[in-house]
Design a protein around this ligand. Structure first.
Ligand SMILES: Nc1nc2c(ncn2[C@@H]2O[C@H](COP(=O)(O)OP(=O)(O)O)[C@@H](O)[C@H]2O)c(=O)[nH]1
Ligand SMILES: Nc1ncnc2c1ncn2[C@@H]1O[C@H](COP(=O)(O)OP(=O)(O)O)[C@@H](O)[C@H]1O
Length: 213
């Protein structure tokens, strides 16, 4: 991907299912609803949960369509998670970043690896629950998955968590408001740093042009 200093920032947010990543991203976007941040809507072959809307929560695709998109190189990253395919649309990410908008990717560790390789300046945040018991309680309280699905997610949680060290930040989501404040701090600090770099570039360029003239 070609980048300019005015590009938006790319944030990877991963967590075991039920740790609270969707809730934290949603709450952050509600606090910054000025169009400067967006969450990427992934494509998936999993069935919609009750209340999930096509194009809002996910783009729900059949396996054949998903595989065709893989062949067309339409995904920035993709992975198989819990026996379903999930992927991030390349075009949407590139266009959104080029508009200077920050993008959040709610993806698993496999996707995070691919994004880091393609876009090393991406910031990655791993969210963990305070305990496995709490994780199970959250999956149950969400009330959207069957016992079988919850058991499968709990079984995979430890495998997902074993990748925490690949991430720039680790956030323990115990008290929600405290986690939200920490999450916001990470995001705003990155923005500030990039803005500072950009202004340094601008100042250097001005000097260079003045000296050349
Ligand atoms: N690699 C990758 N993983 C994704 C993508 N979208 C969602 N996931 C991950 O797939 C897993 C399951 O997501 P989902 O079925 O929505 O369950 P939830 O995490 O319990 O809400 C989570 O770890 C998501 O972060 C994507 O576009 N790419
Ligand atoms: N800090 C927290 N304390 C208590 N409940 C939480 C907290 N964070 C999230 N939850 C709840 O846990 C459930 C799972 O959160 P969700 O954001 O859907 O997880 P994920 O996107 O990581 O799968 C939801 O019912 C959510 O409201």
């Amino acid at each position: 991907m070609t980048t300019s200093t005015a590009d938006g920032n790319l944030f990877i947010v991963a967590a075991p299912s039920g740790a609270g990543k969707s809730s934290l991203i949603r709450a952050l976007l509600e606090r910054h609803n000025d169009g400067s941040m967006q969450v990427s809507v992934s494509c998936t072959t999993r069935a919609p949960r009750p209340g999930e809307v096509d194009g809002v929560h996910y783009h729900f695709l059949d396996v054949e369509t998903f595989q065709r998109k893989i062949e067309e190189n339409a995904f920035y990253e993709w992975a198989k998670v819990f026996d379903n395919y999930y992927g991030t649309s390349r075009l949407v990410i590139e266009e959104t970043l080029q508009q200077g908008i920050d993008v959040f990717l709610d993806i698993d560790w496999q996707g995070a690896r691919q994004v880091r390789e393609a876009y090393p300046q991406a910031q990655s945040i791993f969210i963990v629950p305070p305990s496995l018991e709490t994780l199970e309680q959250r999956l149950r309280s969400r009330g959207q998955d069957s016992d079988e699905v919850i058991a499968g997610r709990m079984a995979k949680a430890q495998a997902e968590m074993s990748h925490y060290h690949e991430f720039d930040y680790l956030l323990v989501n115990d008290d929600f408001n405290e986690s939200l404040a920490n999450f916001e701090h990470i995001v705003l600090a990155r923005r500030q740093r990039m803005a500072l770099q950009q202004s340094r570039h601008a100042a250097k360029l001005k000097d260079l042009l003045a000296n050349a003239g």
